[in-house]
Design a protein around this ligand. Sequence first.
Ligand code: FES
Length: 108
Amino acid sequence: MIRVCAAAEVAKGTAVSAEVDGTPVAVVHADDDAFYAVRDECSHASIALSEGEVEGCMIECWLHGSRFDLRTGAPTGLPATEPVPTYPVEIRDGDLYVDLNPSNGVTA
Ligand code: FES
């Protein structure tokens, strides 16, 4: 697990972009109060998902509007058809850690 930031730096309902050991990661504080991490790149084109809107447990790509389920990485609508990698997140002593081994088995 690699420390990314303080959990408090990621406000509820927002996403923050981080470079973790060379991997672009979108860290999300979702509306269910849980923290999620996904690869910060839409599976449709090279767009940072962290720049999109967080809604519920979804993040929306701003370019063409595909939404990804933060729990599974799966897109819920076109044009994206491939899932994005999801990474395990842990909060320890107020700090947010990410494991770069994708929990959904998807590699970029
Ligand atoms: S680039 Fe994300 S949906 Fe097209």
